[in-house]
Design a protein around this ligand. Sequence first.
Ligand code: PLP
Length: 366
Amino acid sequence: MMADGYLRLMEDVLRDLSHLDEYVPGRGVDEVAREHDLDPDEMVKLASNENPLGPPPAAMEELRENVEEASVYPTALHADVKEEVAKYADAPVENTVLGAGADGVFDTVCRACIEDGDDILCPEPGFSYYRMAAENVGGAANSYPIPKEDGFRYSADAVVNSYSGEKIVYLTSPNNPTGSVLSLDEIQQVADEVDGLVFVDEAYWEFSSRDSAVDLVDRGDIAVARTFSKAWGLAGMRFGYAVVPDELAEAYRKVVTPFSVGTLTLYAADAALQDTDHVEETLELVEWGREYLTEELDAHVYPSEANFVLIDVSPRTAEEVAKELERRGVIVRDTTSFGLPECIRVNVGTRDDTKRAVKEINDVCG
Ligand SMILES: *Cc1c(COP(=O)(O)O)cnc(C)c1O
């Protein structure tokens, strides 16, 4: 019991969040195993676009070696790793910022740019966190289409035609969950024709055949975000970065959480950057897997330059198909929450896991 008049009611403390939704993650192995009474070791998870080869061996070793530093704040280490990341991205270190995942970077950029009444523009279907990060600081999100009727072709014209003064325009290339890409020419076209910041999300860039938009950042109106969660195999460590224009880099430093990236995370990221064998092996596997999925699945597979493909399972619904696959020990992403109730998204797994997934999907849909 709370004494009346001494404590505010929680509802007076909270702001009105009734218009917001929680992030819907892909389902985890333990959760699904428990629900269907399956052995977690026998399950295949291809629902969150994680690296099927696990973390880079060099990163695991570095984590073990430096575990005692978990008690200290990273200061010099943060600066050192930022320098390595900038070198890898081929960007000036002054323009490079780090965060707890690309999501942490989006949060911080929104904190620097968005206030009550400001809007952002993002892809539909697309990654839901852009909207959440803007709403968290009082902003709102509008969208532009990547239309299914058009085979999910991503076009600069669709972005420009939907633009109505938003402060940040997100371009996701390759896009999640469609796998479609924008060319650098189209990214520049968008930047030429809109006001505000064009924020290019290159979370899946390593898997694509495209040049990076990092070289466009010195125009002053383009920023590029990347992550170590996908190609680099460190999703659980939460490490992302962005290359941003000068003024935004300065603002970022003013609003970022102190020590937003953990000491062990920095060690792991630094070691990962030295272990290029692991990334190369990952890219080779993904190239094999995209082709295998595209050729061997009986359902329609959309072209993808990421580490996953989007599959049309109609006339079945994604919900039915995903449930049935779970009972068979294969976890895929039902894309209903992306507004695509007739599609599932499946990332490339190990060769064995990818083959097993194809067999089960063909069985369920066949
Ligand atoms: C996975 C993903 C991210 C990165 O997430 P992290 O916070 O770095 O784990 C960013 N954008 C898109 C489109 C993604 O799919």
